[in-house]
Ligand binder design. Structure first.
Ligand code: MN
Ligand code: MN
Length: 301
């Protein structure tokens, strides 16, 4: 198998991260039940990642119904899964900075076809992947399948490259057909993530913001903000983190200050219109000369 310029060590660590992710996801999806708190699922999964030898590459995302991305529980969050919820679980694991990123949908709402649409779109996208494939063609396969189910892909969310300690790099892999787009290259590690919805196909920013990322290391005067900054630079490797991960006494205030200073940025929850549903399916893979190697194989079995 040829992985382009990707080193053997990088391939192995990506695979290790993927194996951990698949195991953690299997356990996490079993935990998701009406009445169980989001926080229990997120914390259990994040702890298991560490027990198995990885680190979270970002906080466990738990998106309900019209939410698509960037939702994670707050500290002491008592929100529970509801009996009619559509739940997207999106988990990231890294081993020494080499990241795996995957998502599954657990559905209690009875909308099996919406879940199937995202999963089938992911399969169709994978069929198009090899070195030299245009990302717009991969996106076209996603769009065709989801359209065929009578739903819309979420057009303003896309798949992405994964580089060491960077969970969102190029190439961007659209969830729709695009003409004359970038070509995939052997050795690129990419996450492909179709979202299907009965809504407009365009997500907007909600008011909740629980996931943050370091922008620029700054010296700050405020004591709580400085304490938070110290932990952020020492522990999170420039990767996204949750407010609940901070040990600072008043983390939301510290983060507000750090944001105002331009030291961190927030990721507001991205969501469809209220009352709509969003499903998601995501795999991480390494592009090869004649296809791909999934690092998260077994996720949907
Ligand atoms: Mn993801
Ligand atoms: Mn992703």
């Amino acid at each position: 198998m040829s992985y382009g310029d990707l080193s053997e060590e990088a391939v192995e660590k990506h695979q290790e991260a993927g194996d951990i992710l698949v195991e953690v996801m299997e356990e996490a999806r079993e935990l998701v039940e009406p009445g169980v708190t989001h926080l229990e699922v997120a914390e259990t999964a994040e702890e298991r990642i560490v027990e198995l030898g990885g680190e979270p590459a970002f906080p466990v995302n738990i998106s309900i119904d019209h939410e698509a991305s960037h939702a994670t529980p707050e500290a002491d969050d008592e929100t529970v899964f509801g009996e009619d919820d559509m739940v997207c679980l999106d988990v990231g694991v890294h081993v020494d900075g080499y990241i795996a990123d995957s998502a599954v949908t657990v559905d209690f709402s009875g909308n099996d076809e919406l879940v199937e649409a995202a999963e089938q779109a992911l399969d169709a996208a994978l069929d198009e992947v090899e070195a030299g494939s245009e990302v717009g063609v991969v996106g076209g396969a996603i769009e065709d399948v989801i359209d065929g189910y009578g739903y819309s892909p979420v057009l303003n969310l896309s798949g992405h490259g994964l580089q060491r300690y960077d969970a969102h790099t190029g190439p961007s892999i659209p969830n729709r057909g695009v003409d004359r787009s970038a070509e995939l290259e052997a050795g690129q590690v990419v996450a492909i993530e179709p979202f299907a919805t009965d809504g407009s196909g365009k997500v907007g920013e909600g008011s909740h913001e629980q996931i943050f990322e370091l922008q620029e290391e700054r010296s700050v005067r405020d004591r709580a903000a400085r304490q938070a900054m110290d932990q952020i630079t020492a522990e999170f490797d420039g990767l996204p983190f949750a407010e609940r991960w901070l040990d600072t006494p008043r983390p939301s205030m510290a983060l507000r200050r750090l944001k105002a200073d331009g030291a961190v940025k927030g990721y507001p929850v991205l969501q469809e219109d209220e009352g709509k549903l969003v499903s998601q399916a995501e795999h991480t893979l390494i592009v090869t000369e004649d296809g791909y190697e999934l690092t998260t194989a077994g996720l949907f079995e």
